[in-house]
Design a protein. Structure first.
Length: 421
């Protein structure tokens, strides 16, 4: 009986004994709301699956302070063992995320520090440095060294002089006991942390995080803006809502949506952009470069600047987008006649004599000649004289189709006729 119970326990253990997981969570790109949502959700998933540990693979230039603090708080609160692996850089907001983990490892070529605030004002620096010191104390790391990464007024003999922000290489961080080791890869961390016998669950960045990372890249934003502008102009010059409008809305949607997820934009900024588009449409419908056009362009530029991570990036992206848009339209109009689609936005129709059309220089010979109306004259319409179609006007009277008329006067391109009795 005891033997059977033992066998049952062993079999049951093998059936239900799936290895306990540990998670690898990437913290890469700019820190913002999208990253906060991804990291906090990843921690929640790890907790629900009773994970052995979470390894945060960090490579970030920083980002929003509020988002970094939210991620830090989530890491500090989880009961699961947390490990930070800096594989590249943990700059600015990335610093507090890194030191929030229980154990820290860095790759040989990585760096940590330079946690400067924007705006660079005393109250923000004091607040941010205080947060860094607090987390350093909770994780038993030197709070003064960590604070020196954010406050240039801190001087530490032999480490950093006053007036400079502290940034440490992996070896310096090891020497000052800020990190627990230098490793080449996560595989080494697995060995050091005794995780070889556990099931590795490596998470991938969410679509929202990938999009927010994409639109903080100057080249990507320039391309998206160019596509948006080109599509918008094509749509304006083509009847109905078509491909140009779809492409334009998609490009601008990705641009503003990504920046919204990254925390740089807001719905108010998007509203300003659409107000700018509406004002430009008003300018197009009411010819004359006036107030609506100027306000529309100003609103669009302002919305792009407000949505971007920096003024420098916004201006560079706008200039590149304008240049690319101009080049694209030069190429489009050059090769337009060879493409059926672009015939919709270019005038390719010819008024040929063989089709019954004549130039204004030939109108005088038609004085006193008779013809027949082929459309009603209200008073404008079309007549036919000797198999030639002419656009004419009557003497301010209505003339039905099929009536005989006579050309009585030529005024420039204007042909005046009267009805014959």
């Amino acid at each position: 009986m005891l033997f059977l119970i033992t066998i049952f326990i062993m079999v049951g253990g093998q059936v239900g004994g799936e290895k306990q997981p540990y998670y690898v969570v990437p913290v890469e790109g700019e820190v913002g709301p999208a990253m906060t949502a991804f990291v906090t959700q990843s921690i929640k998933e790890a907790e629900e699956n009773n994970a052995k540990a979470i390894i945060f693979k960090i490579n970030t230039p920083g980002g929003l302070v509020d988002s970094a603090l939210s991620i830090s708080e989530a890491i500090l609160k989880t009961p699961i063992k947390t490990i930070a692996f800096v594989d590249g850089e943990a700059i600015s907001a990335g610093t507090i995320i890194t030191i929030s983990a229980e154990d820290i490892y860095m790759s040989p070529s990585s760096t940590i520090g330079a946690a400067e605030t924007r705006p660079k004002e005393e109250k923000y620096i004091s607040y941010w440095a205080g947060k860094l010191r607090n987390v350093a104390q909770l994780r038993d790391r030197d709070p003064k060294i960590i604070a020196a990464m954010a406050d240039a007024d801190i001087e530490i003999e032999g480490i950093i002089e006053k007036g400079k922000l502290l940034t440490l290489t992996s070896q310096e961080a090891m020497d000052f006991e800020i990190i627990d080791g230098i490793v080449e890869s996560i595989s080494e961390i697995e060995r050091v942390a005794n995780l070889q016998d556990f099931n590795k669950q490596e998470l991938s960045p969410s679509f929202q995080l990938l999009l927010s990372s994409l639109v903080t890249n100057t080249a990507a934003t320039s391309i998206l803006l160019s596509i948006g502008f080109i599509g918008a102009v094509v749509e304006i010059f083509t009847p109905g809502f078509g491909l140009g409008g779809v492409v334009s809305l998609t490009a601008f949607g990705l641009f503003f949506g990504g920046l919204l997820l990254a925390g740089h934009s807001s719905w108010l900024v998007i509203l300003i952009f659409f107000i700018g588009i509406i004002l430009l449409l008003v300018e197009v419908l009411i010819p004359g470069f006036g107030i609506p056009g100027i306000l529309g362009i100003s609103a669009i530029i302002a919305s792009i600047v407000l949505a971007s991570s920096s003024i420098e990036q916004a201006l560079i992206s706008i200039v590149i987008a304008i240049v690319l848009t101009i080049i694209a339209f030069i190429l489009l109009f050059r090769f337009a006649p060879r493409n059926k689609f672009f015939k919709k936005i270019t005038l390719s129709t010819s008024l040929k004599t063989s089709d019954g059309y004549i130039s204004s220089k030939s109108y005088k010979p038609y004085i006193n000649k008779e013809g027949v109306t082929i459309t009603p004259l209200r008073p404008a319409g079309t007549i036919e004289i000797e198999d030639t179609k002419l656009d004419v006007v009557s003497e301010n009277i209505f003339i039905e189709k099929g009536e005989k008329v006579k050309v009585i006067k030529i005024e420039g391109n204007r042909i005046i006729v009267k009805k014959l009795d």
